[in-house]
Write a protein that binds this ligand. Structure first.
Ligand SMILES: [Zn+2]
Ligand SMILES: [Zn+2]
Length: 292
């Protein structure tokens, strides 16, 4: 991601400026390699359809997570969007940071809503922002676990974090199809033509929508069985991991076209991770308590 990508998007969609500030903060934090020290080692034996993060226990320096959580919430509160302004009132000490990090990691929308209710705050902006708290750690997992990935991964969800793909890429002259994860930045090759959400292989039930004025480099693949859709971009090279969220946002016209035709992306994770986050107090917490 370059500053120009962000600036170009902000120029095209001026209303998005506040949200782009939040995304910029997340992508900047995602390049911090110190998150890699909390990435657990993975056992070799696991179910062949389980993402690498499934069922793991993560022992995180809760002081570091709390500082990042506060930075993200305050960036959102100061972004200029009236809906995000109340996030300013969320005090570090009042939030169960381990529970928040775990809910974000597992795409547990109900868990994030519960935490918002406990804080007496509007759950919509709170959930939208805090869902991104695990992203820097997820990028660290994706970097560290690159060599562990199953070469023959066939599931539609991300082999690292279990999320549904943000979009597909048809790459190179041979047009190999790769799926991309907007949470952890992973890429995995898709083998065969089927619906990545429901597994439907009936070609008569699979289609493609091409919005007007669209070149051949962009398409929307659809499934009539589950009514899911996936954006597909034809390009020579794949997007950098930190650019996936922006590429997803920049193609919102395709999302709107798909929604207008009655298709939607499935809600929630592709695979329920059931991972656990355990708080390891940072030095400042150990000396001065959790309120510093
Ligand atoms: Zn992922
Ligand atoms: Zn389907």
């Amino acid at each position: 991601m370059t500053e120009n990508d962000l600036q170009a998007l902000a120029r095209e969609y001026p209303d998005w400026q506040p949200w782009l500030l939040v995304i910029e903060a997340v992508m900047c934090e995602a390049t911090d390699s110190s998150w890699e020290s909390y990435v657990p080692s993975r056992a070799e034996s696991r179910a062949t359809d389980a993402p690498l993060l499934a069922g793991v226990t993560i022992t995180a320096d809760i002081g570091k997570v709390r500082r990042w959580q506060d930075h993200l919430l305050q960036t959102a509160a100061r972004s200029g969007a009236p809906k995000m302004l109340p996030l300013k009132a969320v005090r570090k000490a009042a939030v169960n940071t381990a529970a928040l990090f775990e809910a974000a990691l597992c795409e547990n929308g109900a868990g994030l809503k519960r935490l918002a209710d406990d804080l007496g705050i509007d759950p919509d902006p709170f959930s939208a922002v805090t869902a991104l708290i695990a992203v820097p750690f997820l990028h660290a997992c994706n970097r560290r676990w690159q060599p562990l990935r199953f070469p023959g991964w066939t599931a539609g969800y991300c082999p690292t974090c279990g999320a549904w793909p943000a979009f597909a890429e048809m790459r190179g002259i041979e047009r190999s199809r790769y799926l991309r994860c907007g949470r952890c930045g992973a890429e995995w090759q898709a083998h065969g033509l089927f619906c990545f959400f429901c597994g439907n292989r009936d070609h008569k039930e699979l289609g493609s929508l091409l919005p007007e004025k669209s070149g051949s480099a962009r398409a929307i693949d659809t499934c009539n069985q589950c009514r899911g859709y996936l954006k597909t971009f034809t390009k020579l090279q794949g997007s950098a991991p930190t650019k996936i969220m922006l590429d997803d946002l920049a193609s919102v016209d395709l999302d709107i076209a798909a929604l207008e035709q009655g298709f939607k992306r499935p809600a929630g994770p592709g695979y329920a991770l059931n991972s656990t986050v355990v708080a390891k107090p940072g030095l400042s917490e150990r000396v001065f308590g959790p309120n510093v």
